[in-house]
Design a protein around this ligand. Structure first.
Ligand SMILES: Cc1cc2nc3c(=O)[nH]c(=O)nc-3n(C[C@H](O)[C@H](O)[C@H](O)COP(=O)(O)OP(=O)(O)OC[C@H]3O[C@@H](n4cnc5c(N)ncnc54)[C@H](O)[C@@H]3O)c2cc1C
Length: 339
């Protein structure tokens, strides 16, 4: 690229992956960045998010550290630090058996605060378009990529990056191209295999997420471990609960996972995300230790997330189209320890 020519990069999806990538690209003045987001406005659904030391190094390189430190209560240190305490909790008296020590802090946030900080740092020349759901793309011989949106409008770019989450339309496009090439060369079996990666599959696990006011928890369990440690994971057979304080210590992030391993790679019947009653998961944990009962007693209107994933892919690119984030990666943290 000459010093005057400009590269037009389109990012499909403005989740944490797309926004972080846009920020990284924005350090290069010769790149024009268009972000297309299907939602009407940029709001993060969910509760807490923890950033481990390795991605935190990238956060620092992107110049986000100072502003992110304003919206976390984690005291960030560089040396060894206790990140999570692990307990065997599916019994009346829990048993602490491990402390995860990381080389540098696990930094904990409310997702909305985290995403807002990313947005605050996006320079003006990163143009963000909401209500733009990508339907498909076409790579032209000329080099440009044509984008077609659900509202019938079109656009073009030189490079397309799909950061459009687990249901990724860009992934479907990439796999469609690869399957057509294989078919063109008579490799029918390979083409059929490639297409099995288009649709996400249910992991067999559901997550139940909620935010609990710290004072509510303190009122019923003044000595609760979550109130005085960075984070606790309560583990048991076929399930676990992760909990930590966020939002300057005002809220407790609560997420409970229940895994039905025999249903892994099957189809989930029902909405992938919905508001449910605590009874949807409380009985599973009924025999667990008192810390767990106190957390569950504080949960109101939890969100149920049916955790979907995709089968591992051999390549994340096709020509000048690439994928990142949940559009391509498997969720590593869902494997539930069994005792
Ligand atoms: C319960 C739970 C807890 C987690 N905790 C952590 C944690 O502590 N730390 C951590 O690092 N990760 C955590 N993760 C994983 C993390 O949330 C995801 O990996 C991350 O959010 C993925 O970001 P993304 O930008 O790739 O995708 P998404 O966040 O899914 O964003 C995709 C974006 O693309 C948009 N989009 C979709 N389709 C289109 C389309 N066709 N056209 C235009 N836009 C489109 C969507 O509206 C969305 O805004 C957790 C996940 C779960 C389920």
């Amino acid at each position: 690229m000459s010093s005057t020519s400009r590269l037009r990069v389109a990012i499909c999806g403005a989740g944490v992956g797309g926004l972080t990538f846009a920020l990284a690209l924005s350090q290069y003045p010769n790149i024009d960045i268009d972000i297309y987001e299907s939602a009407r406005q940029l709001t993060e659904v969910g509760a807490g998010i923890g950033i481990f030391p390795r991605p935190w190094k990238i956060i620092k390189l992107l110049g986000l550290e100072a502003d992110l430190l304003k919206v976390t209560e984690t005291r960030v240190v560089e040396g060894p630090v206790s990140a999570f305490r692990y307990r065997k909790s599916d019994q009346r008296e829990g048993l602490e058996f491990f402390t995860l020590v990381t080389q540098g802090s696990l930094v904990l946030f409310h997702r909305a605060d985290y995403q807002q900080t990313l947005l605050n740092h996006l320079p003006k020349r990163c143009r963000t378009y909401c209500s733009k759901r990508l339907r498909s793309y076409t790579q032209r011989q000329s080099g440009s990529i044509e984008l077609l949106f659900e509202d019938g409008t079109t656009s073009s770019c030189d490079v397309l990056v799909g950061a459009d989450g687990v249901k990724s339309v860009v992934r479907a496009g990439i796999l469609g191209e690869k399957a057509r090439w294989a078919q063109g060369e008579g490799r029918w079996k390979e083409a059929a295999e490639i297409l099995t990666h288009v649709e996400p599959v249910w992991s067999g696990s559901n997550a139940y997420r909620a935010l609990i006011p710290v004072e509510k928890l303190r009122a019923i369990a003044p000595n609760h471990r979550v109130l005085n440690t960075p984070g606790v994971q309560y583990l048991g057979k076929h399930g676990y609960i992760m909990s930590y304080r966020i939002s300057g210590g005002k809220l407790v992030n609560f997420v409970a996972f229940i895994s039905r391993h025999h249903l892994e790679n099957t189809k989930f019947n029902g909405p992938w995300m919905s508001t449910v009653e605590p009874s949807a998961f409380a009985s599973f944990f009924a025999h667990w230790e008192p810390d767990v009962q106190a957390l569950i007693a504080c949960v109101e209107k939890p969100m149920q997330w049916a955790i979907h994933t995709i089968r591992p892919m051999q390549s994340f690119i096709s020509g000048r189209v690439a994928l990142l984030g949940d559009a391509v990666s498997e969720l590593y943290f869902l494997s539930c320890p069994e005792f």
